[in-house]
Ligand binder design. Structure first.
Ligand code: HXC
Length: 260
């Protein structure tokens, strides 16, 4: 399937999705959102695909934010009546249960930073820059930035970034816990696909459960989270892949996964 705003290819069991509006620094208009929902739904439905990577085309940007030109003349009532940006949560983040990585290759600003933070984790190029500059436009984060950035890097830095609109470079982002790893710009996609291939080689249901458990830490108390973790662990204990994984370890061979 082809998309107006995305390039999608598969590399083995890894789906590589590239935001493809380089002339607008991959700004996120409603076409991008619809395409992303469709591309990730296709990834989710394809049993041969076990991890995805999202990156940006061009050398400069992952995504420079929500499309300012699309928002500039939009009446305030329309933002409210359309519940603008709600699809990011309802049709995108929550419906993607399989793992995916954001490979941030340049500017990740505003909605671009927020999109990267929707990923399970971020791998950044050494040229990446993160920021929530919405305040300079007279607005504020609208796709989760105030919440996810604060959870990722803490109140002091998140507040400073939202109130000043300053950008954070890749090294500071790694120090602050926003990104899992920084790699050389030229090898970003290869490194992200390599990491995704490792994830794709794991028992797929266990990968989904591990993702689910970690995400639960953001939604629950510690006690509730620990119970949730234990119950999911107990469910995995009943899978064929658990029997295979433990047998393979004892027999000193690689496991062969059924995904159930
Ligand atoms: C639409 C954008 C854009 C954006 C860049 N472009 N960002 N178009 N929406 N978010 C377009 C420019 O208009 C320009 O098009 C082309 O991309 C290249 O951009 P330049 O500005 O010429 O590049 P450069 O000088 O290198 O500066 C790069 C930049 C700057 C620092 C990233 O583009 C920038 O500040 N962009 C806006 C970043 C931002 O404010 N993001 C937050 C958006 S609001 P033309 O046609 O002129 O060549 C948001 C929050 C949503 O995301 C929630 C609100 C409720």
């Amino acid at each position: 399937m082809s998309y107006e705003t995305l390039l999608v290819e598969t590399r083995g069991a890894v789906t590589l999705v590239t935001l493809n509006r380089p002339q607008a620094l991959n700004a996120l208009n409603s076409g991008v959102l619809d395409d992303l929902i469709a591309a990730f739904a296709a990834y989710e439905a394809d049993d041969s695909q076990r991890c995805a990577v999202l990156t940006g085309s061009g050398d400069k940007a992952f995504a420079a934010g929500a499309d300012i030109k699309e928002m500039a003349d939009k009446p305030a009532a329309d933002f409210y009546l359309e519940d603008f940006f709600s699809k990011w949560t309802s049709d995108f983040v929550k419906k993607v249960r399989k793992p995916w990585i954001a490979a941030v290759n340049g500017f990740a600003l505003g909605g671009g930073c927020e999109l990267a933070m929707m990923a399970d984790f971020i791998i950044a190029s050494d040229k990446a820059k993160f920021g929530q500059p919405e305040i300079k436009l007279g607005v504020a984060p609208g796709m989760g930035g105030s919440q996810r950035l604060t959870r990722a890097i803490g109140k002091a830095k998140a507040m400073e970034m939202c109130l000043t609109g300053r950008m954070m470079d890749a090294a500071e982002a790694e120090r602050s816990g926003l990104v899992a790893r920084v790699v050389e710009h030229e090898s970003l996609v290869d490194e992200a696909v390599k990491t995704a291939t490792t994830i794709a080689s794991m028992p797929p249901m266990a990968a989904m459960v591990n993702k689910d458990m970690v995400n639960a830490a953001f939604e629950t108390t510690l006690d509730q989270g620990l119970i949730y973790e234990r119950r999911l662990f107990q469910i995995l204990a009943a899978t064929e892949d658990k029997a295979e994984g433990m047998a393979a370890f004892i027999e000193k061979r690689e496991g062969v996964w059924k995904g159930r």
